[in-house]
Design a protein around this ligand. Structure first.
Ligand SMILES: C[S@@+](CC[C@H](N)C(=O)[O-])C[C@H]1O[C@@H](n2cnc3c(N)ncnc32)[C@H](O)[C@@H]1O
Length: 274
């Protein structure tokens, strides 16, 4: 019974992000999640449930509080431990969502700066209201997506969009963004990242890698869209995967010299140095 309900919801909403914009889900889901989180003071400052669902919670559509809080910690531990950045770095995140990964940088140890980019005005407004400026700055990208709502900017804005000053950043990253981007946008953001990085700066981008991702749980990536593999032809950006070779080639074409892929069962990482 529960499995067939989940199947039906998945047919209507092939990704949690699409579900998170439904007004009934938003009101009911937020109410239930608030009740579940009420006894725990550490959950009180989290973004509202529908924004947590929008940035990814798997099947935990109302009971995701702890998952949301802890998800960025492993990313930062690995990046600092491997020396990809220091605690005084100028950082840029593309597809920052409601600041789930950036929230870890609010801690005292971080003395650098952070620039977050997203296409979703509700997420950008949330971040601007909940992160201290000028250390944290957020900008709206004019790009469009079939699974995330975007602002109403015209296509010339899209072509003119440059996301940061040249050579102004030490570290550029994205988590669960390339998993929603078709080839042109991956290439665009890799070029912009290369431009924004200082010499020797690092880019770390998570993506679904065809050679490493565990198939059938739940993705199959059985359709082609150019060099990309997509799960659902109606909503190609709901889940997108790439082969190692095409991801490495796109990074090299953007100008990166040292490029590697760290393969993982869920999201792999593209690791590239300018
Ligand atoms: C799965 S969420 C991940 C958010 C965040 N990185 C995290 O891990 O919490 C993907 C994010 O990418 C944003 N996004 C989708 N397409 C984008 C694009 N073309 N340019 C910038 N952001 C985009 C969405 O609005 C959403 O906030």
């Amino acid at each position: 019974m529960a499995a067939s309900i989940i199947k039906l919801v998945r047919k209507l909403y092939p990704s949690n992000s699409l579900l998170s914009y439904n007004p009934v889900f938003k009101v009911a889901g937020n109410a239930i999640a608030n009740l579940l989180g009420a006894p725990f003071p550490e959950f009180r400052d989290l973004p509202p449930n529908h924004l947590r669902v929008r940035v990814g919670v798997g099947t935990k559509i109302v009971n995701n509080h702890a998952h949301h809080l802890q998800i960025g910690s492993q990313f930062w531990i690995e990046c600092f431990a491997r020396g990809y950045l220091t605690a005084s770095a100028d950082i840029m995140e593309i597809g920052c969502g409601c600041g789930r990964i950036a929230a870890h940088l609010k801690a005292d140890y971080f003395s650098g700066t952070y620039l977050g980019i997203d296409i979703d005005p509700e997420m950008i407004d949330y971040c601007r209201a909940h992160f201290p400026a000028p250390k944290f700055v957020f900008a709206l990208s004019p790009h469009k997506s079939s699974t995330y709502h975007s602002g109403e900017l015209s296509s010339p804005d899209c072509e003119l969009f440059t996301i940061a000053q040249p050579e102004s950043r030490d570290f550029v990253f994205s988590t669960s963004l390339f998993t929603h981007l078709l080839e042109n946008e991956v290439a665009f953001y890799l070029q912009q990242s290369f431009r924004a990085l200082r010499p020797k700066g690092m880019a770390v981008m998570s993506f679904f890698c065809m050679e490493s991702v565990e198939m059938g749980k739940p993705w199959t990536f059985s359709h082609r869209a150019g060099n990309a593999f997509v799960d659902d032809e109606r909503y190609p950006e709901a889940a997108v995967a790439y082969g190692t070779a095409s991801m490495v080639e796109m990074a090299k074409e953007a100008g990166f010299s040292e490029v590697a892929v760290s393969g993982r069962r869920v999201q792999s990482f593209l690791i590239a140095r300018k």
